[in-house]
Design a protein around this ligand. Structure first.
Ligand SMILES: C[S@@+](CC[C@H](N)C(=O)[O-])C[C@H]1O[C@@H](n2cnc3c(N)ncnc32)[C@H](O)[C@@H]1O
Length: 272
């Protein structure tokens, strides 16, 4: 358990569960059944020891930024639906009043999420929502084309808010760029929110330590970094770009931990 790239979904769920207020995600802790939480905590503690001890900060800040973006999209049009690629154990369809959502992930993760959704709806922890779960390997170009058709059918003309959070750096460069720009293929994508690691931060000490941890967990260690020019060509010149220090200023009023001590994860938000 907790090996391969899917392990990262458990890790970042624990990061939000440690900072539910900052993340704006009171449901984060519920995703792990009681019996599983100690193992996930152990995974996080080991990661904190060998990589860095602030994943709760970085992941909660990026999640809060995404949640605020989605809230703004719903205020503009309550019919907006959510499409989330690499959705992991994120909670957006249950935190926000989406009328419909499509969550995409690898098959094992989709199975685990669906099972937990069923349990949590039955126990009244999660409200009933129209959430469809699609098992898709985002590295497969033909699967991505099918996904675009599925999104357009599912949205049926409604506005789409598109999220790819904490996933594109794990994909090979061409696939990463395709996933960043996936919203361009949707009939009515109104906003894309994508987190990424900038090429300028590729030499980060924390990312170097993380590569060692990835190797120990069978997570592919080659990462894709993106330049401003690539993001501009995929998201348009007007995208908002916020790094971990910007997000700390926004949500904590000051920089508590400098970017050099953090995973340099940026959130690009592009409204159309
Ligand atoms: C770090 S987790 C982020 C999960 C979620 N977005 C969040 O912020 O909590 C990365 C997620 O991307 C998924 N993922 C990685 N590679 C993928 C691929 N090729 N196709 C689909 N999903 C993938 C993993 O299974 C995992 O759920």
């Amino acid at each position: 358990m907790h090996r391969g790239v899917e392990a990262t979904a458990y890790l970042v769920n624990e990061s939000r569960a440690r900072r539910p207020d900052l993340a704006g995600d009171p449901l984060a802790a519920a995703w792990m059944p009681d019996g599983e939480r100690p193992a996930v905590r152990g995974l996080w503690d080991k990661f904190a020891e060998v990589v860095y001890e602030h994943d709760d900060l970085v992941v909660s800040l990026r999640g809060r930024c995404v949640a605020d973006t989605l809230g703004a999209a719903l205020r503009k049009d309550p019919d907006t639906i959510l499409v989330n690629c690499g959705a992991g154990f994120s909670s957006y369809p249950w935190l926000l009043p989406f009328r419909a959502a499509l969550e995409v992930d690898l098959p094992d993760l989709v199975r685990a999420k669906q099972q937990r959704v069923t349990e949590l709806v039955a126990s009244g922890v999660l409200p009933e929502r129209d959430v469809r779960h699609a098992p898709v390997d985002l590295n497969d170009p033909s699967a991505r084309s099918e996904l675009i058709s599925l999104v357009n059918e599912f949205a049926d003309g409604r506005p789409v808010a598109y999220v790819a959070e904490g996933v594109v750096f794990y994909l090979p460069p061409e696939d990463a760029r395709a996933v960043v720009g996936l919203g361009a293929g949707f009939d009515n994508c109104v906003v894309s929110a994508v987190s990424y690691w900038p090429a300028a931060a590729a030499e980060s000490r924390v990312l170097a330590d993380q590569r060692d941890w990835f190797r120990s967990r069978s997570v592919p260690e080659e990462a894709t970094y993106l330049t401003d020019d690539e993001l501009t060509s995929l998201l348009g010149a007007e995208f908002e770009n916020q790094g971990p220090e910007d997000l700390q200023r926004r949500y904590l009023s000051r920089v508590v931990v400098p970017e050099s001590d953090l995973i340099p994860e940026y959130v690009a938000v592009s409204w159309t």
